[in-house]
Ligand binder design. Structure first.
Ligand SMILES: Cc1cc2nc3c(=O)[nH]c(=O)nc-3n(C[C@H](O)[C@H](O)[C@H](O)COP(=O)(O)O)c2cc1C
Length: 178
């Protein structure tokens, strides 16, 4: 049994990304402890690149914001799943702020071994997810992590569009596979 944290990058709590993440969580919860962390519930400032976390005890960030609560949730995570809407061919800015703030603890204190990726975008472009997949692959390589898999959903724009999509079942099944 692993501890799984799903970081959901849309502020739309009823949105497509959240629904996809919930399907994955339902499957994953069969054999794991699963927690969903939505950017809608936290205010996290961007990393300012001061690098003071390198030398501070416990490698803690000096910023006293909601990231403190997210660090606690990730401290014992074995698997982290990134779930995001495509925003300008990247992940959402609120989620990127959280990811950037993980840079030092990923290398020092966390024990995360595996990542997963769930993405939703409005366009039908074949290469829609390529920039994010490239980043994902580089992060896997840099931190020597294993991928549990990816679910990429095109042509999904308005709230509710993902309802009835086969991607929800695929996400559930990916969840059951871990
Ligand atoms: C600021 C912004 C930027 C977006 N950029 C893209 C994009 O580059 N490509 C794309 O296919 N969809 C883009 N979209 C559409 C969203 O990815 C799409 O509506 C998605 O279903 C939203 O997910 P949500 O319901 O979880 O919020 C963008 C939406 C917003 C609000």
């Amino acid at each position: 049994m692993s501890n799984v944290v799903i970081l959901v990058g849309s502020v739309r709590k009823n949105g497509n990304t959240a629904r996809l993440a919930h399907s994955f969580a339902e499957g994953a919860a069969k054999n794991n402890n699963v927690e969903i962390v939505s950017v809608a519930d936290y205010n996290v400032n961007p990393c300012i690149g001061c690098n003071s976390c390198f030398t501070r005890e416990g490698n803690q960030c000096f910023q006293d914001d909601d990231m403190v609560q997210i660090y606690e949730k990730l401290r014992n995570a074995d698997i982290v799943v990134i779930a995001s809407p495509v925003y300008f061919y990247g992940i959402s800015a609120k989620l990127k702020a959280i990811v950037d703030r993980l840079h030092t603890p990923m290398r020092t204190t966390f024990r995360i071994r595996k990542l997963g990726l769930l993405l939703v975008g409005a366009a039908e472009l074949a290469n829609l997810f390529d920039p994010i997949i490239m980043q994902y692959q580089m992060v896997l390589d840099f931190f020597r992590l294993e991928s549990i898999g990816t679910i990429l959903v095109r042509g999904i724009k308005d709230i509710g569009d993902i309802k009835g999509s086969s991607a929800l079942k695929e996400a559930y099944e990916l969840g059951t596979s871990i």
